[in-house]
Design a protein around this ligand. Sequence first.
Ligand code: BGC
Length: 273
Amino acid sequence: MTNSFLTGQVLQGQRALVTGGSSGIGAGIARALGAAGAKVVVNYRRSQEEAHRVVNDIKTDGGDAIAIQADVSKQDEVEAMFAAMYDRYGSIDILINNAGMQWDESFLDMTLEQWHKVLDVNLTGQFICAQLAAREFVRRGISPDLSVSAGKIICISSVHETIPWAGHVNYAASKGGLMMFMKTIAQELAHMKIRVNGIAPGAIRTRINRSAWETPEAEADLLTLIPYERIGEPADIGRAAVWLASDASEYITGETLFIDGGMTLYPGFREGG
Ligand code: BGC
């Protein structure tokens, strides 16, 4: 895709942390940020090999990246990750709060462990990372040579922050909570020139939803939910994340950008209603 905005290295020199950056949407965002000139920390929990692949791809493209292991739901591990990032790059300008998981179960059968685990990673993990990043933005203030803002946080949510999802109450509740988390800290931090926004992807072709697209039947079913009639790719999210992290979107804070091929347009109402 030709896009002078992206080839213009709009994030030149900015330091970005992408949680869960080793695969799926996170990897797509890490690659896009790297191509836009950011120095990228690719966080991973278990998949060291995949994280190194993303790092190597960014470097091969002429960018700068490192991989750092941490479980985002563990405060001590996250603190160590931020310390390692500051050792290498000095500070942080962009946090992409992306790490997330599903552990699906019907409501009637869901265990408390399933509930807690998904809330811990998807919601508490974003709290821990955002708080550390925001404290650093406040401590450091604006670096005018890098950005007009003191820092940017992008919370990767889901269309399920608004679409209820039977069989996934832990996940949908975590994303609904994330929406108010994002808006509340955006309101609280705006006067310090810190921007906080959300991206709500629809069905993006990654491991998390493999069963929804891996057979032709499943894919056909999924496409009935997507007016634009294609499944999203991680690069669709990466391009938007670059823009939302850049000064081109300076006046936007507390917003969720839905990137879903129209999934939230109630496609069942195209006919009828
Ligand atoms: C979920 C995917 C799902 C998509 C659309 C995402 O947030 O992680 O599993 O395909 O929403 O329903």
